[in-house]
Design a protein around this ligand. Structure first.
Ligand code: AMP
Length: 368
């Protein structure tokens, strides 16, 4: 089958590789003629708001999906009406693109989220601080990722400068959650409603960018797995979701607090390529194609380090036992994810002990 992927970044590249191994023909659509997925998919170059070009792309494929979230959901909803199966549904994308609508949907399903307020003026921001507490995380409702469009507030005298930096676009103020750690759950739902879940993954962010993922989560965090699965299952079922879906959570003394949903394969699931029975990419393709979903069982313990702003020396990192290097063939710039390295072993990996310590020392994380 011809699988059309809207977006040609590294997620598109890894989806295309998974599509190839099942004998499908991946096509990617991206504004950049040098897009990472272009090495392994037939690339159509066009802007994300060019409705005609996108429609022509949709008409050339048998199944349609997306790997890039910051596209006008109304344009994608139009594409979905052309008759080509299009998953995950753009309706879900519209929700996850807006942090306020996303939180309302989660609350509606009984999934805990950070106390929050919509902010459209400095007065709203002042009220939010009075109601939620001095420490706030203020975010743009839309188009924020990897810590962009986000500011922290600790004291009332910071309100005005944060409003000046972010205001003018709809915002959300969230109470600062003093989390113990951050985890994510990646799952795939098939066309027949069957669901598989990957091991709960512990994530470490620096400057808002994912640095390290480790799976399966260790005690006592692993005890939250069933709750996380239940949350993700309810969300997927409510929206008749098809494909791979990720929810990021804060772990607090009172349990899980959902922070963000991603209607797609996710960076914190990259370890599944080398470290699970079936990768998140392969299961996404299986879901699209209507095939049975594959085993998500982890191959022991896994760690994944992102390469940000540069790649490590392959000869050095590949000398680490159990290491696999993935190079997205992107130009390196500070803050840009250009690859990742996975370690698979029989014991949990600790950042302050070899071999993960060595890997982190060798892997660039340049945020600029
Ligand atoms: P986000 O863009 O929502 O994924 O946020 C990026 C990172 O900022 C998260 O992974 C957290 O480390 C931190 N963060 C976001 N929201 C909050 C919050 N309400 N309380 C504490 N930390 C937060």
């Amino acid at each position: 089958m011809r699988i059309g992927i809207i977006g040609g970044g590294q997620l598109g590249r890894m989806l295309a590789l998974a599509a190839h191994s099942l004998g499908h023909e991946p096509h990617a659509y991206d504004p950049n003629s040098e897009a990472s997925a272009g090495d392994v998919a037939r690339l159509t170059v066009g802007s994300f708001d060019d409705r005609d070009r996108l429609a022509a792309f949709a008409d050339r494929v048998d199944l349609l999906t997306y790997e890039f979230e910051n596209i006008d959901a109304a344009i994608l909803e139009d594409l979905a009406s052309r008759g080509v199966p299009f998953d995950p549904s753009p309706r879900f994308l519209a929700l996850s693109q807006d942090r306020l609508l996303e939180k309302r949907a989660l609350v509606d399903l009984g999934i805990p989220v950070a106390p929050h307020r919509a902010v459209d003026s400095l007065a709203d921001l002042e009220r939010a601080q009075a109601e939620l507490g001095a420490r706030l995380v203020v975010k743009t409702r839309r188009l924020g990722y990897d810590g962009r469009g986000q500011r922290r507030i600790h004291t009332p005298d910071e309100l005005r400068s944060v409003w000046e930096a972010l205001g003018g676009t709809p915002l959300i103020a969230e109470a600062f959650i003093p989390f113990l750690s951050e985890v994510s759950l990646v799952a795939t739902r098939g066309r027949d409603g069957s669901m598989v879940f990957y091991a709960l993954t512990e994530n470490l962010h620096e400057h808002g960018i994912l640095r390290l993922s480790r799976a399966p989560a260790r005690p006592p965090i692993d005890a939250l797995t069933a709750t996380a699965e239940d949350h993700v299952r309810r969300l997927a079922e409510r929206y008749s979701y098809v494909g791979t879906l990720t929810v990021e959570f804060f772990v607090t003394g009172l349990g899980l607090v959902a922070n963000e949903t991603a209607p797609r394969v996710h960076n914190s699931g990259h370890w599944t390529i080398d470290g699970a029975g079936t990768s998140q990419f392969a299961n996404h393709v299986r879901a699209l194609a209507g095939y049975p979903l594959g085993s998500t069982r982890p191959h022991g313990h896994v760690a994944m380090a992102n390469c940000v702003g540069g790649l490590p020396d392959p000869a050095t990192v590949l000398a680490i036992p159990g290491a696999q290097l993935h190079d997205y063939r992107k130009d390196a710039r500070p803050g840009r994810k250009v690859g990742h390295v996975t370690l698979v072993g029989t014991e949990p990996f600790e950042p302050d002990r070899a071999p993960l310590k060595t890997l982190l020392a060798e892997t660039p994380f340049l945020v600029g």
